[in-house]
Design a protein around this ligand. Structure first.
Ligand SMILES: NC(=O)c1ccc[n+]([C@@H]2O[C@H](COP(=O)([O-])OP(=O)(O)OC[C@H]3O[C@@H](n4cnc5c(N)ncnc54)[C@H](OP(=O)(O)O)[C@@H]3O)[C@@H](O)[C@H]2O)c1
Length: 450
């Protein structure tokens, strides 16, 4: 008969020896954990409050080198542009709105006396020609720094199954494709000059799986692994790559206006980040920085909690995060409803229905009060319904507030006495729906859908 290994072990060294050995093993394990914890905590304190990061002169500050910043017209990106210009880099500003880019460029030239170049492109479109334009723009420049800052999150926390297709595509195109493609243009030039710095904006959404922000969370987690991989590849060529992990910062994206101890302004956040290049702060992964003190402590605590408690701790954190975002969604929906009451008629949507509905007589315009308007997945409450204008071959629908379009509307059914319009709509941009595969020009703006 086979003897159980524990019994055999006891047989060899005796019962009291076995329990002494077990105690020793547990003490060693506890000791190593305590030493690891103490070392990591000391490193955290040193990184945050004692040590300075790499000097920006290493990458060409003050030597007519250039810094390329994406998403540079607002928020964190704008601050990177201003503060790198202050450190005497010339600046290439890349983002969507040309007028905002020129305003930042003017401010930079006026304040810091460095050169600027701007490139307006929409990362959501992921068009080759835009990346070719960027390649041409920097072809003669000595680029020492790239800040992959551009990013988009969900307009409000939303279950994955209800996430509008366009929002999903935009997040992936902007956060992932945009970062990869720009880096592929800039990094080889840094390898040639054997020196460079690539900073990529990560997020706590990439540190923790975040229910109701699933696509954003996944996109930032993707950047986390991608950055560590390219950082290892590029380090021998003298190019430093760091992912900057951040909890909330006041900005248009976070929709938070007032700074606090845990939520800094972009100015404070970027000043800390640029002073701590290369230091991990609260991050437990290589080539990753959590420079802002409050964020660093949160990051450090969360990573230790999860390491110490394994799958159980991870599940606990996941559930807490889910609860937090459930609450945020609830508040966002309530706010949207309040706003809807305030701004009932401020927003118009142009919907082509030429195949779905044709009026019998060619009326120029007909206005009908909607009795019921169901906007999937929610029903529009009576106070939100408004007017529908029927033209010979299109319908002009007035919906109370754009928030409803961005986050919620997947399909619309309009019912008014004998008019029944089963239609599916694609959301192209806030305020615009089209029935798939139809062409139209929006009457409210220059948007042309194909
Ligand atoms: N704020 C936070 O709480 C927070 C937390 C963690 C991580 N982050 C990350 O930090 C980065 C910056 O966030 P932020 O809060 O500073 O954002 P923000 O204030 O909303 O600014 C976003 C910038 O990106 C540009 N942009 C947006 N969509 C674009 C597109 N399709 N094509 C080209 N440019 C586009 C905007 O240009 P326009 O001005 O022309 O729209 C703007 O310059 C993001 O990667 C974000 O994920 C932010």
């Amino acid at each position: 008969m086979a003897i159980a290994p524990v019994e055999a072990f006891k047989g060899v060294i005796g019962t009291s020896d076995a329990s002494a050995l077990l105690t020793l093993l547990l003490s060693l394990l506890g000791g190593f954990t305590a030493i690891g914890l103490a070392m990591s905590y000391s490193q955290l304190i040193l990184d945050l409050f004692v040590l300075s990061g790499k000097n920006l002169k290493k990458y060409g500050a003050g030597k007519k080198s250039w810094a390329v910043i994406t998403g540079a017209s607002d928020g964190i990106g704008r601050e990177f542009a201003l503060q790198l210009a202050k450190a005497k880099f010339n600046i290439v500003l890349v983002s969507r709105t040309e007028s905002k880019l020129h305003a930042v460029a003017e401010e930079i030239e006026g304040k810091f006396g460095v050169e600027t170049k701007v490139l307006a492109m929409d990362f959501a479109k992921n068009e080759d020609k835009d990346y070719d334009r960027l390649q041409d723009l920097i072809s003669t420049l000595d680029v020492g720094v790239l800040v992959n800052n551009v990013g988009q999150s969900h307009s409000i926390p939303v279950p994955f199954t209800l996430t509008p297709l366009q929002e999903m595509k935009n997040i992936i195109n902007i956060n992932c494709h945009g970062t990869l493609r720009i880096t592929q243009i800039v990094a080889p030039r840094m390898v040639e000059r054997k020196n460079g710095l690539i900073l990529t904006m990560g997020s706590f959404g990439g540190l923790l799986p975040t229910p109701l922000l699933a696509t954003y969370s996944g996109s930032k987690a993707f950047l986390n692994y991608w950055n560590q991989s390219i950082a290892a590849e590029l380090a021998p060529s003298g190019v430093d790559c760091y992912l900057i992990k951040s909890y909330l910062v006041t900005s248009a994206m976070s929709k938070i206006k007032r700074a606090s101890m845990t939520i800094p302004s972009p100015k404070a956040f970027v000043a800390t980040a640029l002073g701590k290049i290369g230091l991990r702060g609260g991050a437990a992964t290589p080539f990753t920085m959590t420079p802002y003190p409050a964020h660093a402590f949160m990051n450090w605590g969360l990573e230790w909690l999860q390491t110490a408690t394994g799958a159980w701790g991870k599940k606990f954190v996941l559930e807490q995060n889910f609860d937090m975002h459930r609450a945020i969604r609830k508040r966002a929906l309530k706010k949207a409803e309040r706003d809807a009451k305030k701004h009932r008629t401020e927003w118009h949507t142009h919907v082509s229905i030429s195949n779905a509905y044709k009026p019998k007589r060619k009326t120029k315009k007909k206005t009908i009060a909607i009795r019921s308007l169901a906007i999937s997945p929610i029903d529009v409450r009576p106070h939100m319904t408004n007017f529908i204008h029927l033209y010979p071959n299109h319908l002009h629908l007035t919906i109370p507030h754009p928030t409803f379009s961005i986050a919620w509307i997947n399909s619309i059914r309009v019912r008014q006495s004998n008019i029944y319009l089963p239609t599916r709509f694609t959301i192209l941009c806030p305020g615009h729906f089209v029935i798939r595969s139809e062409e139209y020009n929006c009457v409210n703006c220059s948007y042309k859908a194909r």
